[in-house]
Design a binder for this molecule. Structure first.
Ligand SMILES: *[C@@H]1O[C@H](CO)[C@@H](O)[C@H](O)[C@H]1NC(C)=O
Ligand SMILES: *[C@@H]1O[C@H](CO)[C@@H](O)[C@H](O)[C@H]1NC(C)=O
Ligand SMILES: *[C@@H]1O[C@H](CO)[C@@H](O)[C@H](O)[C@H]1NC(C)=O
Ligand SMILES: *[C@@H]1O[C@H](CO)[C@@H](O)[C@H](O)[C@H]1NC(C)=O
Ligand SMILES: *[C@@H]1O[C@H](CO)[C@@H](O)[C@H](O)[C@H]1NC(C)=O
Length: 409
């Protein structure tokens, strides 16, 4: 009888939690140097300090899985990278994208090339085979805070790996001594590639920068909903206590209507509330900057206690918003046809060992959910143990991920 009960318990547990496929698992990351001498040279001159390289953002495009390594500390060998998905190698070395030179900080009088990436947190691939990168332009954030270049949107053609455009954010897009750009979300209708918009949340300056590809122009929006909730900045993650003040952080795009407009879901990181706004409010500069637009922003609801979220992503087919759960060590979901409250939020994955700090998630064109976890609070404020697996990337089909949760239709 006891055996049966145990068995039933186990089966029940398996049914509730989706089975994640572990695709990558690193103790520390290495890079694909052209040869051993180049690697040894980088170690010798401090351009590669292994323990300072923390994978943070991810994106899948065809056979490439992009992995960003922001320059939190010195000794980051390359910030924008990818790993091949076939053949998969769980401990693969990162390959700089588009190449090594673009990921090398210029020395002395050297000029920064237009395709260069100083430091990036998150990137986005669009349906027009372009990779959109938000380059913060700052190296050694926690140490010397070296400003190498202004923050910029850098767009690559993924089919040729060539630069399409580099756009420096304007001084008026930024807030002095406060701005922090760690995410970029691209709004484009398939086939209408020239009408794309990028949304770049400013988590430190509590603003949202919108960039129009057609107009090659940007504007900065303010709203009280872009600020953090003072009650929700106190978190314990992987045994580390943190008090954060990160404002608007994750945005996710609902399906486009006949006019190409979407519901844009957004939240601050230090908050448990989710908000939304019609993209038509963001995309038209006149409307975006009109104070009368204030009331067009809506409160969707509250995700529940300890539901602070970094990145989020919307799956149109299931009509489900997926979002990281930083304090609960996992990923959660909400079906947008239902009221947003704690009862209607489901956990699609939870693991107090392997999903400590789910830093980024994406859904690829085949509707796979990708999850990157990296123990970032311990990396920032303590020290990671190089004998343990610290960085993981998982994959699961969206339909499988939400099965048995309140998010299933
Ligand atoms: C996987 O990648 C690591 C790091 O580059 C390398 O040392 C190892 O040989 C690779 N394994 C296989 C089977 O290719
Ligand atoms: C976009 O605008 C920037 C600055 O205003 C300018 O330097 C750049 O040449 C423009 N790019 C295109 C493709 O028009
Ligand atoms: C967005 O607003 C426009 C203009 O008011 C409206 O036509 C459209 O239906 C709205 N779309 C969504 C997705 O809410
Ligand atoms: C933006 O909205 C204003 C006010 O509704 C309108 O007059 C203008 O034509 C719109 N601009 C664009 C580029 O659609
Ligand atoms: C969800 O809502 C959308 C639009 O509001 C509707 O088309 C769809 O049928 C709904 N789906 C479910 C499963 O209720």
């Amino acid at each position: 009888m006891l055996k049966l009960a145990l068995l039933a318990g186990l089966v029940g547990f398996c049914a509730a939690a989706a089975k994640l496929e572990e695709v990558f698992a690193w103790k520390e990351v290495s890079y694909a140097w052209p040869n051993d001498e180049a690697r040894n040279e980088a170690v010798k001159n401090g351009e590669y300090i292994r323990e300072n390289n923390l994978p943070l953002g991810l994106e899948r495009w065809k056979d490439k899985l992009f992995v960003t390594v922001p320059r939190w500390k010195s000794g980051v060998a390359s910030s924008l990278n990818y790993v091949p998905l076939s053949p998969a190698n769980k401990t693969a070395s990162l390959i700089p994208y588009p190449d090594w030179k673009a990921n090398t900080i210029p020395k002395g009088e050297e000029k920064l090339e237009d395709n260069a990436i100083v430091s990036t947190f998150r990137v986005s691939a669009d349906s027009c085979d372009r990779l959109w990168v938000i380059d913060t332009g700052v190296a050694d954030i926690l140490g010397g805070y070296k400003i190498i270049a202004p923050p910029a949107i850098v767009i690559f053609d993924l089919t040729t790996d060539k630069l399409i455009r580099r756009y420096n954010l304007k001084p008026e897009d930024q807030k002095a001594d406060a701005s922090f750009f760690a995410n970029i979300i691209v709004d484009v209708i398939p086939g209408k590639c020239d009408e794309a918009y990028a949304y770049i949340p400013d988590l430190g300056g509590y603003g949202l920068v919108v960039y129009s590809y057609a107009e090659n122009d940007s504007w900065r929006i303010k709203h009280n909903y872009f600020h953090f909730d003072p009650i929700q900045g106190d978190m314990t993650i992987g045994g580390v206590d943190i008090q954060w003040t990160d404002g608007i952080f994750g945005l996710a795009l609902g399906p486009a209507d006949e006019t190409g407009d979407r519901t844009v879901y957004f939240h601050a990181l230090a908050s448990t509330t989710e908000f939304s706004v019609n993209s038509s409010v963001l995309k038209n500069k006149t409307i975006a900057l009109d104070s009368l637009s204030y009331d067009l922003y809506k409160i969707e609801g509250n995700k529940g206690e300890k539901s602070q979220t970094s990145a989020s992503v919307f799956d149109e087919k299931a009509n489900v918003l997926l979002f990281t759960q930083l304090v609960k060590d996992g990923v959660a979901c909400w079906n947008a046809n239902k009221t947003l409250n704690a009862q209607n939020v489901g956990m699609v994955a939870e693991d107090h060992e392997n999903l400590i700090f789910t830093n980024d998630i994406k859904v690829d064109s085949e509707r796979n959910l990708w999850i990157l976890s990296d123990k970032m609070p311990a990396f920032l404020y303590k020290k990671l143990n190089p004998e343990e697996i610290n960085y993981r990337i998982y994959k699961v089909a969206v339909d499988e991920a939400i099965r048995g949760t309140p998010c299933e239709a």
